[in-house]
Ligand binder design. Structure first.
Ligand code: ADP
Ligand code: MG
Length: 238
C-alpha cells in the first residue's frame, strides 16, 4: 500500500512559486527524508502534506484519500515540529492526551496509550510536569509522545532535532530510528542535515528551490548523485 502520494503538487504564495511539480510516493512503513537548504520549501511541503496548507494545484493522497477532502482527525497523520509547539499551560500528560480527548477516546484507551508512549520515550517520571520544567530534549520527547499516542499511520517531522545540542541530537536521532522500527509506521522527516538524512532514510528526496532534484536510497545518492548540487549535499567528495 502507498501511505502517501503527491501528484504534480504546486504551491504559490501570491507571486512566489514555492513548490514546483512535486511527485512522490511513500510506501507503508517507509522512512523518507526530505533534505535541502534552508528556504527550499521543505516546511511548506510538509504543511501541504498535512493539509495545513492547500496545494495551489495537484493532489495529495494519504492512504488513498485526498487530504483536503478528509477531516483532520481522519487523516491518520501526526506532526512533530522543530519548536515542539507544546501547550505551556498543560502538563506532559495533558499535552499527550488533549488530541485523544478531542477525538472522544475512552479513558482506559487514553491511559493505555500514554503509558505505552511514555515508556518508549522514558517520560514516566515527567508526566505531571509542565513544559517550562523540562529540558529541550525532554520537551522534544513529549512532542514525539504526543504524536505517538495518536497512533498515526504517517508521522511528519519538521527538523525535530535542530534545537538540540549535538550529543542530544544523536541520541534523539537513534531514538527516532528505534521508534520507526517498533511502530512500523511511515515517516516523512525534514532536515537540512546530511547525517540525519543518510542515517535515517530508506529513501531521500533532495529538494532545491522547490523542485525535486533526485530521489533515491542513501547509497544511490552517495554513489551516483544526479548532479553537482546533490553531490555537494550528500554525495562522495570525488
Ligand atoms: P524550508 O523549510 O526549506 O526552510 P519554507 O518551506 O519554510 O522552507 O519556505 C520556502 C519559501 O516559501 C521561502 O522563500 C519562504 O519565504 C516562503 N514561504 C513560506 N511560507 C510562506 C507564507 N505563508 N507566505 C509567503 N511565503 C512563504
Ligand atoms: Mg523549514
Amino acid at each position: 500500500m502507498t501511505a502517501l502520494s503527491l501528484r504534480n503538487v504546486n504551491k504559490s504564495f501570491g507571486e512566489v512559486h514555492v513548490l514546483k511539480d512535486i511527485n512522490l510516493d511513500v510506501e507503508d512503513g517507509e522512512f523518507v527524508v526530505f533534505v535541502g537548504p534552508s528556504g527550499c520549501g521543505k516546511s511548506t511541503l510538509l504543511r501541504v502534506i498535512a493539509g495545513l496548507e492547500d496545494a495551489t494545484s495537484g493532489e495529495v493522497r494519504i492512504g488513498g484519500d485526498v487530504v483536503n477532502l478528509t477531516p483532520p482527525s481522519k487523516r491518520g497523520i501526526a506532526m512533530v515540529f522543530q519548536s515542539y509547539a507544546l501547550y505551556p499551560h498543560l502538563s506532559v500528560r495533558g499535552n499527550m492526551t488533549l488530541a485523544l480527548k478531542q477525538e472522544g477516546q475512552s479513558k482506559p484507551v487514553i491511559e493505555e496509550r500514554v503509558q505505552k508512549a511514555s515508556k518508549m520515550l522514558d517520560l514516566d517520571p515527567y508526566l505531571d510536569r509542565f513544559p517550562s520544567e523540562l529540558s529541550g530534549g525532554q520537551r522534544q520527547r513529549v512532542a514525539i509522545g504526543r504524536a505517538i499516542v495518536r497512533e498515526p499511520k504517517l508521522f511528519l517531522f519538521d527538523e525535530p532535532l535542530s534545537n538540540l545540542d549535538a550529543a542530544l541530537r544523536m541520541n534523539t536521532r537513534i531514538e527516532i530510528a528505534n521508534l520507526h522500527r517498533q511502530l512500523g509506521a511511515s515517516m516523512v522527516y525534514v532536515t537540512h542535515d546530511q547525517t540525519e538524512a543518510m542515517t535515517l532514510a530508506d529513501k531521500i528526496v533532495v529538494l532545491r528551490e522547490g523542485r525535486v532534484e533526485q530521489i533515491g536510497s542513501p547509497m544511490d545518492l552517495y554513489n551516483d548523485p544526479a548532479n553537482q548540487f546533490v553531490a555537494g549535499f550528500l554525495g562522495s567528495p570525488s
